[in-house]
Design a protein around this ligand. Sequence first.
Ligand code: SAH
Length: 251
Amino acid sequence: MISFVGAGPGDVDLITVKGRRLLEGADIVIYAGSLVSKAHLDYCKDKCKFYNSAYMTLEEVIEKMVEGEEKGLKVVRLHTGDPTIYGAIKEQMDFLDKKDIQYEVIPGVSSFTAACSAIKSEFTLPSLSQTVILTRIEGRTSVPESEDLEKLASYGASMAIFLSVQQIENVVEKLKRGYKRGDVPIAVVYKATWEDEKILIGTLNDIVDKVKKEGINKTAQILVGDFIDSSYERSKLYDPKFTHEYREAKN
Ligand code: SAH
């Protein structure tokens, strides 16, 4: 069996219990070495074999998986955060489907929720935004025109922007055009939950300078929206005057 496992954002204790158990039992671990903490590998058996996929092609990764499968070994493919978001797992699963090899996918804590927790905020605040947009700016990987950052920003929803901090000027320019204001709160969270985590908070008007000053050009989440710093309505769920399935209103 091949298990795609979400390692979480950095802190090794943020993997799921299921993911940790799979690591403990694995014979082969193929890990995304550029972003997955090596400390996860300390939980594996002494005889476990490790491969860092940062140095491998898709074909080489599949070769290792097939080899393990043919020997009846347990293979863990360890991805950063949650494997279903910018994880490039679909192409691996398609290869395995073609070879009729079984696999499972174990979710993980994504860096976008880890970053929001780091700044102690909530993406979805009543009357401000009930929508979270996960996106990225175009780089070497293209983004469909209909999902251009300026257009997405025009919704005014809460946003988490992956893979984009190296183009912070461009990101901010598009956001300003989309939001049509410069005072929108924005947070840049570098290496959320790692020991060297850094949090920068500002507005579209001043964040570029802050990011440049800290020299942050990779492994960061850009969170944008009024949810970061604004007044909002209380939730209905915990409102004493609101009745729901588990609680009667108190008047
Ligand atoms: N599957 C991963 C995302 C992989 S894409 C997830 O769910 O988080 C890699 C991008 O994720 C990075 O460029 C960065 O934007 C973001 N990222 C990953 N780990 C991060 C962390 N600990 N803190 C901030 N951003 C992170």
